[in-house]
Write a protein that binds this ligand. Structure first.
Ligand code: DSN
Length: 434
């Protein structure tokens, strides 16, 4: 059969969701999760609501196909259509991020990072990354992660001097000092809980001074980068890793980008056969659908609104007496230091109280947090998912009010009930529908 003979009408889909009749237990949980997402406000900075088209791509026959290798060079027969899908995904990714090479096969952001390290470092090589408790990620050198076990991480801190400009922002003097002392083979920038613009050009200067490669992990800000709301890591970075499911609003997955032909070859080898076997072709199709969505003008407007909403939410929280790490946000996320509002409230308390009211967040350590990671003094908030629902600045003020009422009441039952009702009302007014 040739591609032109395929029936592409919507009614041609033979998969009319059979789970309900084949597996009640799982179906009930899927439906419950769907209801939960519909009737709560998602403020976890790394989550979003993917479009129905993105989700549909994942629920297709593509999951059946083995396609180890790359388009045109597979280890299995029958790959002519999945080759086309992966080609679309790669081409769209390159267009979206303005780069020469994309590997769309990493199963996740952590896998993408592991592949980048595997491609460019040897076991025991030194790399520099942010102090993990200052907003880094476990795959950036945590002791018990592969990145910390097989390589040698050295860490640069944020600026801890309260009287200095750029308090709790990247301290480039410290980056330079750490890199001069340890001569890392690679410097890693890009973070999980850092709310400020990343100055890739300054990192490049330091990388050049010490002869290091520069890697950016843009997992969090990818959608903002794609839309031009955050500066691009290109042409400054040698290698860029990302997830596709956060601000980029695609399927759960990872990707690696580069402009360097030699690095591209090493990356492709590192992903397959270095680290992974068969690519998840259904997820790669969903990545292609997501990249096409992100190339549309509406996505630019979406990403701008994500940042505007974050600024509005941050401003409203500061007015209520909360302290934000670094004093604010330039991106989609903020890190709230709860101690300024109430020294006794912990991140884990706030997360649980807010969840009971239908506001979903995650506890997060603040820089130099005296509390352990399972408790924390902070709350990380982000606006990608609520912006997808259509919320704008006025509702961010409302959200700040609700968050403060819950935190100030210590999770009081009556207050929780009242806020919960209002949250459900807002969710019904702004359904997840795209
Ligand atoms: N776990 C993700 C986050 O929440 O930021 C990072 O991969």
């Amino acid at each position: 059969m040739s591609i032109s003979e395929v029936d592409v009408s919507p009614t041609a889909d033979p998969l009319d969701n059979p789970i309900a009749s084949t597996d009640q237990e799982v179906w009930r949980l899927i439906r419950a999760e769907q209801e939960r997402q519909e009737h709560t406000l998602e403020l976890i900075a790394s989550e979003n609501h993917a479009s129905r088209a993105v989700m549909a791509a994942m629920g297709t026959c593509l999951t059946n196909k083995y396609a180890e290798g790359y388009p045109g060079a597979r280890y299995y027969g029958g790959c002519k259509f999945v080759d086309g899908i992966e080609d679309h995904a790669r081409d769209r990714a390159k267009k979206l991020f303005g780069c020469a090479h994309a590997n769309v096969q990493p199963h996740s952001g952590a896998q993408a990072n592991a592949a980048a390290f595997f491609a460019l470092l040897n076991p025991g090589d030194t790399f520099a990354s942010l102090v993990l408790a200052d907003g880094g990620h476990l795959s950036h050198g945590m002791k018990i992660n592969l990145s910390g076990k097989y390589y040698k991480p050295v860490h640069y801190p944020l600026r801890y001097d309260q009287d200095a400009d750029g308090y709790e922002q990247i301290d480039f003097d410290a980056v330079r000092t750490v890199c001069r002392e340890h001569k890392p083979k690679m410097i890693l920038c890009g973070y999980s809980a850092y709310p400020r613009t990343i100055d890739f050009a300054r990192f490049r200067e330091i990388a050049d001074e010490c002869g290091a490669l520069l890697m950016a992990d843009i997992a969090h800000i990818a959608g903002l980068v794609a839309a031009g709301v955050h500066p691009s890591p290109f042409p400054h970075c040698d290698i860029v890793t990302t997830t596709t499911h956060k601000t980029l609003r695609g399927p759960r997955g990872g990707m690696i980008l580069t402009n360097d032909e030699q690095i591209a070859k090493k990356v492709d080898k590192a992903v397959f056969p270095g680290l992974q076997g068969g690519p998840l072709m259904h997820v790669i199709a969903a990545k292609a659908v997501c990249f096409n969505e992100a190339l549309q003008p509406a996505f630019k407007a979406y990403a701008k609104q994500v940042a505007a909403n974050a600024k509005a939410l941050a401003g409203a929280l500061v007015e209520k007496g909360y302290r934000l790490v670094s004093g604010g946000t330039d991106t989609h996320l903020m890190l709230v230091d709860l101690r300024a509002r109430n020294a006794d409230v912990t991140g884990v308390d706030a997360e649980h109280w807010l969840e009971a009211a239908g506001i979903i967040t995650n506890k997060n350590g603040v820089p130099q947090d005296p509390r352990p990671p399972r408790v924390t003094s902070g709350l990380r908030l982000g606006t990608p998912a609520t912006t997808t629902r259509g919320l704008t600045e006025p509702q961010m003020g409302q959200l700040a009010d609700w968050i403060d009422r819950i935190v100030a009441s210590g999770g009081d039952e009556k207050v929780t009930r009242e806020v919960r009702e209002q949250v459900v009302g807002l969710c019904k007014q702004y359904p997840i529908a795209h």
